[in-house]
Design a protein around this ligand. Structure first.
Ligand code: GLN
Length: 239
């Protein structure tokens, strides 16, 4: 529990509902869901139990991707955000560069939230309900960005995330299943000059790099750490 969160509840939740909200918060319910929105990369993002709460680590994924797009001179890149959830990544990209964004998610409920977020942030995004496994004829993209579910199914459920959608957090193959599927599909849908940007789990770097090297042997592959010094991001740059 933290007093700052209690202050937020008092500031943003109407008086008659504060007592109940504080009770729920003390029982471990996320303050972000109680308040109903978060700031992500300077944009207001509505959240509820249908979507993962955007993490600040993911802001670095956006920031690095924007820097790479600039460095390699991408102009109006066609971008695919896989597992968009609240839409926070797509919205942050749209707010910062000219780009065409398609954002997919398997969850209809998450897409509803993402659409609302695009609306309140005044950006146009092409939302598609689709499972990653079912991608076909998706056209050509210059950029794939994804913060897929990456916690291993074998891990115990963290009480901090128990109210979040589990299909946004957990995946097979020690949490690396979606990287494999995305990389395999990426070969068919990415332009020759392209970037794949992933957020990864802290023990997944070498495995994901190995997969990427097999599928994209000529790419520049960069791995970056988060503020806690954990390997957290992988960038695959096809020049
Ligand atoms: N970083 C998140 C967490 O630790 C996990 C996000 C994800 O699986 N993509 O809760």
């Amino acid at each position: 529990m933290n007093n700052y969160d209690i202050d937020l509840i008092k500031k943003y939740i109407e008086k008659s509902k504060q007592e109940e909200a504080i009770k729920k918060y003390k029982e471990g319910y996320p303050v972000q869901y109680l308040i109903g929105n978060v700031d992500f990369f300077g944009n207001k993002i509505i959240v509820n139990e249908k979507v993962l709460i955007p993490r600040f680590e993911t802001e670095y994924l956006v920031d690095d991707t924007l820097k790479l797009l600039k460095k390699y001179n991408f102009i109006n890149p066609k971008t695919l955000d896989i597992g968009t959830g609240s839409g926070c990544i797509s919205i942050a990209l749209k707010k910062n560069i000219k780009c065409e964004v398609t954002a997919v998610d398997i969850s209809r409920d998450a897409l509803e939230v993402a659409k609302k977020n695009a609306e309140i942030n005044n950006v146009e995004i092409n939302f598609v309900k689709q499972a990653i496994e079912d991608f076909s004829s998706f056209g050509n993209f210059d950029v794939i960005i994804s913060n897929p579910p990456y916690i291993s199914m074998k891990e115990k459920i963290d009480p901090k995330t128990k109210h979040e959608p589990h299909n946004a957090l957990y995946s097979n193959e020690d949490g690396t299943y979606f990287y494999r599927v995305i990389l395999e599909k990426a070969i068919d849908i990415l332009a020759k000059k392209s970037i794949i940007a992933f957020e990864i789990g802290d023990k997944q770097g070498s495995k994901v790099i190995k997969m990427a090297k097999e599928l994209f042997p000529k790419a520049n592959i960069e791995i970056k750490k988060d503020l806690n010094d954990f390997e957290r991001y992988i960038y695959i740059i096809n020049k």
